[in-house]
Write a protein that binds this ligand. Structure first.
Ligand code: FE
Ligand code: CA
Length: 515
């Protein structure tokens, strides 16, 4: 069904309510008495849901009748617009359970976030929006089970790294066909870099301001496959570096040594604001250029506690250069941190209090040691060994049940176990599953070498830098299963999907076994 087929006239009741709300907004200072006229369909960026709890889910849209307008404003007039939202049990919206009006503000690029509460746990719903006489596509969302419930199963996907110009989002078309409770997206939702890509034309510059970030999100979100994957189920989203700038660390940016137009903290603030404007997240909009807390937790009944981390905003600068190289004299930095003190304390607190069967850290960069001969990747946890050791020691001392680390970033699929002894590489402590890129690729010339070196490590079961796709996880009470899903192509718009490898983790044994 095309999105145009999803248009439907407003009911009389809805229309009257919208007009009444418009009038109230107009009286409050709008330049457009009598309501806002939007001749063109404003839901070009789709709809999305996210951050599911047992009684509430965030629903999102952004009004943008001209999504790729270069000023980043989406072709919207500089006025507030009332947006009517509805949540129903059925796709035809005969049985509506919640509805209301949200106001789309120009200051937030006419994005709308509604935290729809009062829902029943562990249940599917449908949602849609109406604005200025137009109707959005219909999205599907679900609540999580209550923490005191004991669900038999959870099915979800981890995905990351969707460089637009590097390939078509055939992996998102495949995700949209999966049977899932949620998607966890682990960063690099956009890439801020400029230039052209090998597959889809991308003749635009490096992002340098808020308008640029808004335009970049609109470009990415204009993809029909990405929109379809958002329609399927709620997403839990965190960011990595490319939502701001390649390999940035905290409030520090030195890549390429070319100063951006804005001071880095102002650039970061613009990036954070645009991220908020385009994602279905339960956080308040960022204020100024200070901290913007997005790390947060989710309980899927008693089956899984999922902690979604931010390994970018609070980290110390990378030692010895940003990526792969030999150790330098200052390594390891005794004050090196990946999470910052507050987030690290929060992780320990949430894990310590957990009653869950599986304790999941959903995060960005590879956690387990992956030495490349005498070299290491200083952007990963390998570059922050003392910070990693604190977490390893905590997992051991607190005897955390079934820790599982979910990772993105490196455009490669991987499975393995985190060793207690991070230099001797012995003592399985946690499982780690790395999702490959949706479309971002691993450097071709290095791929086979990287596979040979990393797969030879004793704690690595599987490493594949060649495939594009995602990880599909199925959690049962006594067993975790991960399927590495790969698409046949990203250089053509249509692909098939298959499973490249499957692993299971049994309750109490973190070593992934071939399924
Ligand atoms: Fe990436
Ligand atoms: Ca990254």
């Amino acid at each position: 069904m095309s999105r145009r087929d999803l248009r439907a006239p407003l009911s009389r009741r809805e229309f009257l309510q919208l007009v009444a709300t418009s009038a109230a907004v107009v009286t409050a200072g709008s330049a457009c008495p009598g309501g806002v006229a939007l001749p063109d369909w404003p839901f070009t960026l789709g709809v999305a849901s996210g951050d599911p709890l047992a009684d509430r889910v965030v629903i999102w849209t952004r009004l943008a009748p001209d999504p790729l307008a270069l000023d980043g404003l989406g072709g919207m007039p500089d006025v507030t617009v009332p947006v009517w939202w509805e949540v129903a049990h059925d796709e035809a919206f005969r049985s509506i359970v919640r509805s209301g009006v949200a106001i789309a503000h120009p200051s937030l690029a006419h994005s709308v976030h509604v935290d729809v509460n009062g829902l029943e746990p562990d249940r599917w719903y449908f949602y849609r929006f109406h604005a200025a006489g137009h109707v959005s596509p219909v999205g599907r969302m679900r609540t999580f089970p209550r923490p005191d419930q004991a669900p038999a199963l959870a099915r979800f996907v981890t995905a990351s790294c969707q460089h637009f110009a590097s390939g078509y989002y055939t992996a998102h078309a495949a995700i949209a066909e999966e049977d899932l409770d949620f998607v966890a997206f682990l960063g690099d939702y956009i890439y801020e870099s400029g230039g052209t890509g090998p597959v889809r034309s991308h003749v635009i510059g490096r992002v340098e301001n808020l308008a640029g970030y808004r335009h970049r999100y609109a470009l990415y979100k204009s993809d029909a496959n990405l929109q379809a994957a958002h329609l399927l189920c709620p997403w839990i989203i965190t960011w990595d570096d490319h939502e701001v700038a390649n390999n940035y660390a905290g409030d520090f940016f030195d890549e390429n040594a070319t100063p951006p137009q804005l001071p880095f903290l102002e650039l970061r603030a613009a990036a954070y604001q645009a991220w908020y404007e385009h994602q279905p997240v339960r956080v308040l909009p960022p204020k100024g250029s200070g901290d913007f807390r997005i790390y947060r937790g989710f309980d899927y009944g008693d089956l899984a506690r999922i902690l979604v981390l931010d390994t970018r905003q609070y980290r110390s600068d990378q030692d010895c250069g940003d990526v792969i190289g030999p150790d330098c004299a200052t390594f390891p930095n005794p004050n090196g941190t990946m999470l910052g003190a507050a987030q690290e304390a929060w992780v320990f607190d949430r894990l310590d209090a957990s009653q869950a069967l599986w304790n999941v850290l959903a995060q960005q960069v590879v956690f387990s040691p992956t030495p490349i001969g005498a070299l290491r990747n200083f952007d990963q946890w390998d570059g922050y060994p003392l910070a990693r050791q604190r977490i390893v020691d905590f997992l051991v001392d607190a005897a955390i049940r079934n820790p599982v680390i979910l990772t993105g970033d490196i455009h490669s699929a991987g499975a393995g176990w985190l060793p207690r002894d991070t230099t001797g590489l012995t003592g399985p402590l946690a499982s780690e599953f790395v999702a490959t890129g949706i479309s971002s690729t691993f450097p071709e010339a290095l791929a086979q070498l990287a596979k040979d070196i990393i797969e030879a490590l004793p704690h690595v079961s599987f490493f594949d830098p060649f495939g594009r796709g995602y990880c599909r996880h199925e959690l049962a009470r006594d067993r975790w299963r991960t399927d590495f899903r790969v698409v046949s192509t990203t250089t053509q718009p249509v692909a098939t999907v298959s499973t490249a490898a499957s692993f299971v983790v049994e309750d109490g044994n973190p070593v992934p076994q071939p399924a």
